[in-house]
Design a protein around this ligand. Sequence first.
Ligand SMILES: [Zn+2]
Length: 224
Amino acid sequence: MQSLDAEKGLIKFSHCKKDIFCFYVPKLCPVCGQSLNYRRLEDAPVSIPSPFVNGHRQKCSFLLKPTTGTFLREYDGSSDLHVGISNTNGLVYNYNETGIHRVELGWEQCISIPLVQPDMYGLLKQWDKYLEEFSTGEAWFFHRYDEHYHNCYTYALAFINCVLAAQVKQPMSKSEFTERFVIPQTRKASKYITVYREVAENYFYIGDSPDQEQNNSEEDKLLH
Ligand SMILES: [Zn+2]
């Protein structure tokens, strides 16, 4: 039996000038009831890549997930989010009111922002040592935690800035990092969640095809 949490792959095809999302391509078009034939190559079914990845398989990344539950099942757009940093071995370091945690489980469905280019061998080699040393600092003792001013995000960003400083690069503010790297990903994820839940409930999500000039909304483009 398939676990309820296992994410199914979303598929998109076009018919009747609509973009139709599903988990399984039907024999007949859900809009016109005719059998599916595709006049153009771009109308044929394609898989939609998920914005979520297993954080324990993402090396040296900034990871984001709901504090409780998962994006696909529980996230409602305003749920609390928790962030962490992965080492090269699938261990996720994160900070909360009970201090620093190094975990092997629990970050299986998250948004990931890679922090190191694959050719930065020097940094990759030092990463685990940097992360471990940084995390044992007094700043991250549990009693220093503050929900608004000294939280998981403070910890992750301070580490990122430490790495940037080691590379003689400018530090980033919270708003700069959020706007440049986090918001584009969360926006894509929200759209994906909407489509995914609709398909899980009603088999299909039917949207206007962005090829239709009159309805070329920004949202529709996100899934392309
Ligand atoms: Zn049709």
